[in-house]
Each structure stands twice: as C-alpha cells, then as structure tokens.
Design a protein. Structure first.
Length: 245
C-alpha cells in the first residue's frame, strides 16, 4: 500500500460549527480557500508568537520556515517570550500534544491564555528539513485563516469513501465515520469562504494516495507554497499601493 499521510485536524472553538456541506461556487471565483471572518485585521499588523516548550533547534526551524508566509503577506511574526504578559502572544506553540494542528486565524484569540493555539507533535530534532518546512507552512497557513484545500467548496475529489473509512477507523486515528466525514468529506459553505478552483498543488492539501480515490486521482506530498497560495495570501493581506508622484 502507498505510504499514507499524517492528517492535520483543524481546531475549533467550543460550540462552533466548523463547516456545513457546501457546493462549488457557481460564480467561478478564482481565490484559494480561506474563511472570511477569521482573517487578521488590520492588514500589516504584527502577530506575536511564543513557544511554550520544545527543542531549541526545532524552534529555530519553525521560525525560519514560518517567515515564508510573511515574505508574501503584509503581516509580521514576532517570535519571543518577552512580551511583558506571557499570555500576550496571539499564537502559542507547543510540541507536547498529539498530532500537528492549529486553530484557524483569529479563533486563536478565543483560546485560554495558558493553552497552545498551534501544536507540532510530529516534529523532533530528527525530522528532515523538508518535512519540517511542509508541516510549518501548512499549520501557519491555518493560523493565517486558510482551511484545508480538500474541504474548499471548489474541491471535486472522487473519494473512495469505503477505503477512507476503513483506513481512518484504525490506529493512530481510530475515527468514527462521523469524524471522517467532518475532517475529510464535508466542505465549507461557499458563503463563508474566499476560495478558488481546486488547487491540487496547495500546501493546504495533504496527500491523497490512490487507494483513497477513484478514477486514478491522487495527490502527492506538496512541500512548498503553490502559485495560488502565494497569489492569494498576498491578495488577502495586501501591501499598500505605491503612491505615484
């Protein structure tokens, strides 16, 4: 069997309905997938990022790779632990919990100050750099408001549902069918998102091995920001237009 992906699970605030079954946007929007009401404002702001624990070497890699987003978006990350109030950081990172995950965009503001808003349970000093980069870019994409690409209203994946249910029913996930539906098959409502044609190269799309789909469809290990990732993070967090003299 093909090497199966580790699956990031989005985190949501208590009582929030993360998404409802949606259909591709008939208007044919050309934007990648983000949640409208979870983007950070104002554009140009600095997000403070604090490590709650973890290996110093891995922390350095997280800092380096996360900045790839800020080279494109008019936002800034300030990594530190000297913000005066330890709870002042909008993004708080742990390596202690299971899996890798992040709250989406401004949902981080609703997380209790003593708890992480992002977790890198897969990353250790032995993790290869390309895997660290992939995971960091993915989770910081969530932190900026991006959703999983396979749950975009534009996604048209011909899932082999029986095979997916069977795989995720076993360890390490041990998911029920309802959990598989919520994490993989359900798409976000078109009205709540800014989204595009389905981007099979997006960093927000995890691998889909051939066993998980029909008609020969599959997606490999996306390890870098796609052209749409780059174009639309810049569009959602734009730099001011230059003033003409």
């Amino acid at each position: 069997m093909t090497m199966m992906p580790k699956t990031c699970v989005d985190r949501y605030l208590p009582g929030e309905s993360p998404h409802e079954q949606g259909q591709p946007d008939a208007a044919g929007n050309t934007r990648a997938a983000a949640l409208r009401d979870k983007l950070w404002t104002p554009v140009g702001r600095t997000l403070r990022v604090r490590f709650l624990d973890g290996d110093a070497g891995v922390q350095q890699k997280v800092m380096r790779f996360a900045q790839e987003w800020t080279q494109l978006a008019n936002l800034h990350f300030d990594f530190g632990d000297d913000f005066g109030d330890p709870a002042a950081a909008e993004i708080r990172i742990s390596f202690q919990q299971a899996g890798s995950w992040s709250f989406i965009g401004t949902d981080a503001l609703g997380v209790p100050a003593s708890e992480p808003t992002m977790n890198f349970g897969w990353l250790t000093p032995a993790t290869p750099n390309d895997e660290v980069r992939r995971v960091v870019l993915h989770e910081f994409g969530h932190a900026l408001g991006l959703i999983h690409e396979h749950q975009s209203p534009a996604a048209t994946i011909p899932w082999n549902r029986a095979a997916v249910y069977d795989y995720y029913a076993g360890p390490p996930n041990n998911w029920s069918r309802a959990e598989v539906d919520a994490n993989l098959f359900q798409t976000y409502d078109a009205e709540s998102t800014q989204h595009s044609v389905f981007d099979v190269q997006s960093i927000m799309l995890y691998p889909i091995p051939p066993e998980f789909a029909l008609d020969g469809f599959s997606v490999g290990w996306n390890q870098t920001l796609s052209a749409l990732d780059k174009a639309y993070i810049a569009a959602w967090y734009p730099y001011p237009m230059p003033v003409r003299g």
